[in-house]
Design a protein around this ligand. Structure first.
Ligand SMILES: Nc1ncnc2c1ncn2[C@@H]1O[C@H](COP(=O)(O)OP(=O)(O)O)[C@@H](O)[C@H]1O
Ligand SMILES: [Mg+2]
Length: 244
């Protein structure tokens, strides 16, 4: 690996029997970059993440990752019978970290994740946004260099969603993980990312890589500015071109 990129997906194809889901996907992400991959439902986004995280194999092409990835799957549920702290320590425990140490490390992130005071609560006692932050904490505490987020805000109402997006932008500025976020929401992609990678419909390939030159930190008002609309427009044009 060149060292220039932390993650490189080269010419990746994936078929399930007769169904071609990915075709010749290229994606390169630099260390500390926040990349968004945007595509409609069913275009193969989760399939791509399963391949990047090593859960599934590509039919063709290759994936190179500098270090390990932490993957937050699209349906990353908390166990209802475990406390929030025990849920967030689960990923570390699964890696063989001793329970006490896993809990200590997870507990250290509660404040930054807006969950302080809820260590001993159960998931049903949390709001939707808090549950989502807990699931993200469980992923982040693994301290892997690359973070894969599969539509993390898909199930939230739109106000909570905006709040969570701004919160993620803040914690990302603080920790500077290399992030790849898949979403079908253009506004979310532009609000959060340094680069937006636009997928074609199935079989998916990356038809365009668009830089988002908007200053950070980005606030809620950013979405009303003409510069923001201009980037959204470029993403939309790339997508429409791909659909044609
Ligand atoms: N294990 C599998 N076996 C067969 N088909 C699959 C499998 N996983 C995904 N697919 C199909 O691949 C397509 C892309 O799915 P997915 O990657 O989940 O899309 P997205 O995440 O973009 O909504 C869908 O048509 C889905 O039904
Ligand atoms: Mg998906």
């Amino acid at each position: 690996m060149s060292g220039e990129f932390q993650l490189e997906v080269r010419g990746v194809g994936k078929s399930f029997g007769e169904l071609d889901v990915l075709r010749d996907v290229d994606l390169a992400v630099r260390p500390g970059e926040f990349a968004a991959v945007i595509g409609p439902s069913g275009s193969g986004k989760s399939t791509l993440f399963n391949i990047v995280s090593g859960l599934d194999r590509p039919t063709s092409g290759e994936v190179r990752v500098d270090g390990q990835v932490a993957f937050m799957p699209q349906k990353d549920l908390l166990f209802p019978w475990r406390t929030v702290l025990d849920n967030t320590a689960l990923g570390l425990e699964a890696q063989g970290v001793r329970r006490r140490e896993a809990r200590r490390r997870a507990a250290g992130l509660f404040e930054a994740f807006g969950l302080d005071g809820f260590q001993s609560s159960y998931p049903f006692q949390l709001s939707g946004g808090m549950r989502q932050r807990a699931a993200l904490l469980r992923t982040v505490v693994l301290e892997r260099p690359v973070l894969l987020l599969d539509e993390p805000f898909g199930a939230l109402d739109s106000l909570t969603r905006t709040e969570m997006q701004l919160w993620l932008a803040d914690v990302w500025q603080r920790y500077r993980w290399t992030v790849v976020l898949v979403t079908h929401d253009i506004r979310e992609a532009v609000l959060l990312a340094d680069t937006v990678h636009v997928l074609s419909p199935r079989p998916a390939s990356v038809v365009k890589r668009i830089e988002v030159p908007l200053p950070r930190p980005r606030r809620a008002e950013a979405v009303t500015e003409p510069e923001f609309a201009a980037v959204e427009r470029r993403v939309l044009d790339a997508r429409n071109w791909a659909v044609r």
